[in-house]
Ligand binder design. Structure first.
Ligand code: SAH
Length: 250
């Protein structure tokens, strides 16, 4: 199994595939000011197995078009939507978030939790804008520096892992430059990383390694995740996901 296949296998049983929580999604929904009384069309980009897509469909009674490039994640979302009685509300599609099969101005909101970094924040906010209706809302979580300075070890790790990591004020500037008015921001609290992501992930390591006969590539993936979790535990005051909510301005 290749590296992406292993990553999908490790994450498939997770409720989420990145840091987040239902409470954080709810907070972003409130800041977005979306009106559940209206028939809303929302896209969830890089949806994984669909924690936020299901919540948006449920809490806003929205029609959600959920996109991920993993057909296994999309299948898991379809199963969960069926179990939750939300099949009619969720259109789950295999597609790449840098080549979306949407019409212009199709959505009242574009949602993306822990996924925009895969194509880069600036490319995402620039390219996705056209799919929002004028006045539509973008809600994305993005790795963010919480302070102006940070330890060298951390700086080196993130410059390598994601060179676009920056402070919130720099991210706001990117949003404004690409035709958005920021309307809300908050930082994902520690439990979004530990209780909702790293702990459930760690609980799956043993079975994952056994499933893959402790192959070198599987061990390397677990080791990398452990290092990342350890780094977060030591340096959580310096970085997190910021949740950015911004309106398309015209
Ligand atoms: N939003 C989900 C998943 C976050 S993990 C959650 O918060 O739980 C990032 C997701 O982006 C993964 O599901 C991964 O399969 C997906 N992804 C990465 N690159 C992608 C691309 N180019 N196109 C579509 N999906 C992508």
């Amino acid at each position: 199994m290749d590296e992406i296949g292993l990553m999908i296998d490790l994450h498939l049983a997770g409720e989420r595939q990145g840091p987040g929580s239902a409470a954080a999604t709810r907070r972003a929904i409130e800041l977005a000011g979306l009106d559940a009384a209206k028939p809303l069309a929302i896209a969830d980009l890089g949806c994984g197995t669909g924690a936020s897509a299901l919540q948006l469909a449920e809490e806003l009674d929205a029609h959600v078009t959920a996109v991920d490039f993993s057909s296994d994640f999309i299948a898991a979302l379809e199963t969960a939507a069926g179990q939750a009685g939300l099949s009619e509300s969720i259109d789950a599609r295999v597609a790449s978030i840098d080549d979306l099969p949407f019409a212009e101005a199709a959505f009242d909101a574009i949602w993306s939790e822990g996924a925009i970094y895969n194509i880069g924040f600036e490319q995402g906010v620039r390219d996705w804008r056209r799919y929002l209706k004028p006045g539509g809302v973008l809600a994305v979580s993005e790795i963010t520096w919480l302070t102006a300075e940070r330890p060298a070890e951390l700086e080196v790790f993130w410059r390598e892992a994601y060179p676009e990591i920056a402070t919130a004020s720099q991210k706001f500037e990117v949003l404004e430059r690409h035709g958005y008015s920021p309307i809300g921001y908050f930082v994902l609290p520690t439990e979004c990383w530990i209780e909702h992501y790293y702990e459930p992930l760690a609980a799956r390591y043993d079975a994952f390694l056994a499933r893959h006969g402790h192959a070198e590539a599987a061990r390397a993936l677990v080791d990398a995740d452990r290092r990342e979790a350890d780094l977060y535990r030591r340096y959580s005051s310096f970085y997190s996901y910021g949740f950015y909510i911004a309106r398309r301005s015209d």
